[in-house]
Design a binder for this molecule. Structure first.
Ligand code: SF4
Length: 220
């Protein structure tokens, strides 16, 4: 069986969870329903589409265990769009690793299912814009650039994003999993008031929140 994880290098990190040695597995980088301004993952992995077989994944996990890795982080692309994500997560869970899923938050139905089935132990959600029920024309213009790298699409795309991410935030509130984390990138199109508004939205959640600087792809 092919897993949904790419056959690419597996970085390790202490970022986000300073006391936990973590390793990253990637799903398809181009499989994402957003097209964020200067998506860093797309820059790093151009067109890789070779997937790990189940046996290869198991070998990788054994090696990571020997290295002392304590948490597997699933990044993408948008991992919740992978049809066989559950099968891949089952392999990781059978090896007794906790799993954190990195998501843009637009697929709360899938996240709910993964939580219910005990396949994830945390969600890392990037809150990219303030979640509002009404946006001004200036906000719509800027937020389309953040989420879709283009100003020429329907306003409904922004409202759809906001509504879905609100549902994902509610799930995180209802399920305070040990590796839940919220993050915001200071995109150049966001002003300080908007960052404050996002901070207000995450306040009630019992999990860490980071505001990270924006690094241009050209400078990275
Ligand atoms: S949601 Fe993530 S993977 Fe998708 S385009 Fe945005 S930054 Fe890239």
């Amino acid at each position: 069986m092919l897993t949904p994880f790419l056959k690419v290098e597996t970085p390790t990190t202490f970022k986000d969870h300073p006391n936990t040695f973590s390793a990253l597995l990637y799903t398809q980088i181009n499989k994402c329903n957003l097209n964020c301004y200067q998506c860093h993952n797309r820059r790093h992995f151009k067109g890789e589409e070779e997937f790990l077989k189940e046996e290869e994944l198991k070998e990788k996990l054994s090696m990571l265990k020997l290295l002392g890795v304590e948490l597997i982080i699933i990044s993408g692309g948008e991992p919740t769009l992978e049809g066989n994500l559950e099968k891949g997560l089952e392999v990781i869970k059978r090896e007794n690793f906790p799993v954190r899923l990195d998501t843009n938050g637009t697929n709360p139905e899938k996240i709910k299912k993964l939580i219910k089935e005990g396949l994830i132990d945390g969600v890392a959600l990037d809150l990219k814009i303030p979640l509002k029920s009404e946006y001004t024309p200036s906000e719509l213009k800027r937020f389309k650039r953040i989420l879709f790298s283009s100003e020429s699409l329907e306003d409904s795309k922004i409202y759809e994003y906001s509504n879905k991410v609100k549902l994902t935030l509610n799930l995180m509130k209802e399920h305070p999993l040990p590796y839940n984390i919220l993050r915001t990138v200071k995109y150049p199109f966001l002003n300080e008031d908007e960052i404050e508004k996002i901070k207000g939205e995450v306040k009630p959640l019992p999990c860490p929140y980071q505001v990270n600087p924006f690094y241009s792809v050209e400078e990275a």
